[in-house]
Design a protein around this ligand. Sequence first.
Ligand code: NAP
Ligand code: G4F
Length: 328
Amino acid sequence: MKRAIITGITGQDGSYLTELLLAKGYEVHGIIRRSSTFNTGRIEHLYQDPHDPEQRLVLHYGDLTDSSRLVTLIEKVRPDEVYHLAAQSHVRVSFDEPEFTGNTTGLGTARLLEAIRMVGIDTRYYQASSSEMFGATPPPQSEVTPFYPRSPYGAAKLYGYWMARNYREAHGLFAVNGILFNHESPRRGETFVTRKIARAAARIAQGKEEFVYLGNLDAVRDWGYAPEYVEGMWRMLQADQGDDYVLATGTATTVRQWVQYCFEHVGADWERHVRFDEGYLRPTEVDSLIGDSSKAEKTLGWTAQTMPEQLAHIMVDAELAETRIGEP
Ligand code: NAP
Ligand code: G4F
């Protein structure tokens, strides 16, 4: 039975990846941070009793800032595959907390890679790299596009990207960079723009609120569906050698269009409900991300199936169903 470690198992991608790996027969070890409140909501449906002799999902406390704990866990689990998904992943927040973002998203990657090297296991390593690293470089962006990050988050991810490549070249580690463009789902964090808008459209349609406050509506993103992207991560680690791949839909959608998709789906006039708040602007914005994932298609047989308008409908429908629960 293959064993995998997932950092960031409680996040959007971690939860879908856990489902995928369990379905493929893996034993999955997830690293979670200790918190005074439960942070395991996205994987609650997968929980397995530690007393069950058949248990294949095991959770361990650990934090990206704690290198000795990472060494201990790598030594204890001796995984065949490591999926490094944990990060401070919010771009706007990274401008407020650049040092923390560098410590977790950037240095956290170095700590994990070094733990693998020190323990000396033969494993395959997935690095959650990001299209945010392309930043100001105009689209379309592929594996050969120059990087120009525009946020502390993008800069920290770029450090992680080069560390993964360096461990591949210097130490012969099977290390992969998945350069993923934005991918969304009903499990997306509520402060990312797609979920924020989908949720607001549903609540406004149900008369629960009247306005949603947003920043830049002109930014262009390439929004795909998260469950398809975690399948791509797994395929990258099954390839013959470690390499770097872009995953994207290749489509361009503005935040404004996403608003329209969501509000039209509930039959509401968005211009009556969307208000501007400059607090959501970024000191430096990434204007346009549109990915070219032809390498992943050719090498891994991976293509995105769900396109942005359909994705917006999936997310709004999930919000409508969610907000109906608990209705009197
Ligand atoms: P997410 O929902 O924000 O999940 C982040 C995960 O990291 C959570 O499980 C979080 O734990 C954990 N984490 C944060 N700081 C940690 C620390 N110091 N120690 C241990 N764990 C920590 O992110 P996602 O959307 O699933 O994305 C997964 C990864 O892909 C991230 O690295 C992200 O930057 C990257 N990425 C995402 C996208 C996208 O569009 N979603 C695109 C490209 C790259 P808590 O639950 O306790 O907060
Ligand atoms: O949803 P966002 O916060 O995602 P962003 O910044 O593109 O980052 C996400 O995708 C990256 C991949 O490219 C990941 F690496 C990263 O971890 C994260 O998952 O913002 C999308 C766009 C931005 O241009 C932002 O300025 O929406 C614009 N926006 C407009 N109003 C807003 C808002 N973003 C947020 N979060 N909240 C707003 O009210």
